[in-house]
Design a binder for this molecule. Sequence first.
Ligand SMILES: Nc1ncnc2c1ncn2[C@@H]1O[C@H](COP(=O)(O)OP(=O)(O)OP(=O)(O)O)[C@@H](O)[C@H]1O
Ligand SMILES: O=P(O)(O)OC[C@H]1O[C@](O)(CO)[C@@H](O)[C@@H]1O
Ligand SMILES: [Mg+2]
Length: 455
Amino acid sequence: MTLHLDDLRVRHLGECHHDSPLAEMLAAKRTSPHYVAEGDRVLLEDTVSMLAEHGLPPDRLPSFEAAGPRRKIYFDPVRVTAGIVTCGGLCPGLNDVIRGLVQELTTQYGVERILGFRNGLRGLTAQHRDDTIELTPDRVRDIHNAGGTILGSSRGAQDADEMVDSLLLRGINVLFVIGGDGGMNAATHLAAAIRARDLDIAVIGVPKTIDNDLPYTDQSFGFQSAFAQAANFISSVSIEAAASPDGIGIVKLMGRHSGFIACYASLARNAADIVLIPEVPFALEGDDGLLARVEQHVRAKGFVVIVVAEGAGQDLLAERGLLEGDATDASGNAKLGDIGTLLRETLTAHLTAAGLAPTVRYIDPSYAIRSVTANAYDSVYCLRLAHAAVHAAMAGRTETAVVRWRRRFVHVPMPLIISKRNQVDPDGDLWMSVLEATGRLVGNPSARHPLLVDG
Ligand SMILES: Nc1ncnc2c1ncn2[C@@H]1O[C@H](COP(=O)(O)OP(=O)(O)OP(=O)(O)O)[C@@H](O)[C@H]1O
Ligand SMILES: O=P(O)(O)OC[C@H]1O[C@](O)(CO)[C@@H](O)[C@@H]1O
Ligand SMILES: [Mg+2]
């Protein structure tokens, strides 16, 4: 889909008439290599060939509105009540974002009332809307020292109009939704319901997901902390595998439809021999199948380390009747089959039949990679996203997500954030790095499972 400038424009609640408390500081600011001034824009694409293809003058090229403080703002801060909600699966840095929002709203803008809705969007239903947490700088001072979210989170559908009623009843003018694709979807519906009732409530999204499966953002916060933790399990399994005769180490990592965690964690340790992700199908049987390749590896090297994303090989599970049909969770996300166990069982059987005596070590760290605190990099990132989110809300932006795009902080219309899934491109440079690191670059790139072609 080709995007045009108009597709990238974000919604405003109206004209900004109030002086920002930050106006004086902003007065002399101009665009530089380190700052994008108010009114300037950040290009969607970044190669000469992609830009040339449009054949447009620079100001007509597809570009995002720069995030950051404005001299004039829409809301009178003393009249603002802000709401914060965290939804979906946990992600390192959720508490950092909550803390950053509260600190920025109070210290920079003087907002006096901030409510945290509990347990995700469930907290915005009629039944739970009164059970909020008053968020103050004191209350959030130390929350970044713990993983998870002090607000709680949940999956499951809610009615958009009922949530709008909750915002009205609790006097919310700006709502910050910290969520993944589902949360951004819900926020988009919520913002549409607000618009349909012509209400003056801003909805700002802060995209989060350890899977890194949201588009139009360089990487989502928490992803780096999650894959760093995942890399530790790869180290453990490779130490175990190397110390055992015919050792097989398997680590299954989260990543429903996108294999970013598996790729980055593997590259972080550079110890994996085989990386399996949802985006690159593979076969078990046959000369080029996984079983034969693992056997070759074990015979040549003595052990093998396999990193598998949980969403990989779901077709193989389906063929074997090991999937629960169309089963989904409360939010409508597909329930996955257990590829790790299938690998452990089929590899053990195959290698034993081939006369080897495999020692199989299988680790499924599961939630252990996403319940950790944010690392220092993610903490900085979360704080800066929180700052951008507060500036966007106070300037009356709505149905808008704040993201980092090509290292700049920008505003992305929410419908765009949910328009597609970010996935590892089998033709992209990340997957090429994985193939290089696992020594499997040579071969037929159109093979069904190029990672298993000998290097
Ligand atoms: N298409 C949708 N329309 C409206 N609401 C949705 C939609 N998809 C999900 N939601 C709601 O958004 C909330 C979060 O969704 P979900 O559980 O899928 O997690 P998420 O935000 O995608 O996070 P993650 O993928 O990182 O776990 C849930 O309450 C869910 O009901
Ligand atoms: O939290 P739940 O419902 O067990 O879902 C786990 C899923 O959530 C994620 O952590 C984020 O979507 C996925 O990686 C994982 O498949
Ligand atoms: Mg999701």
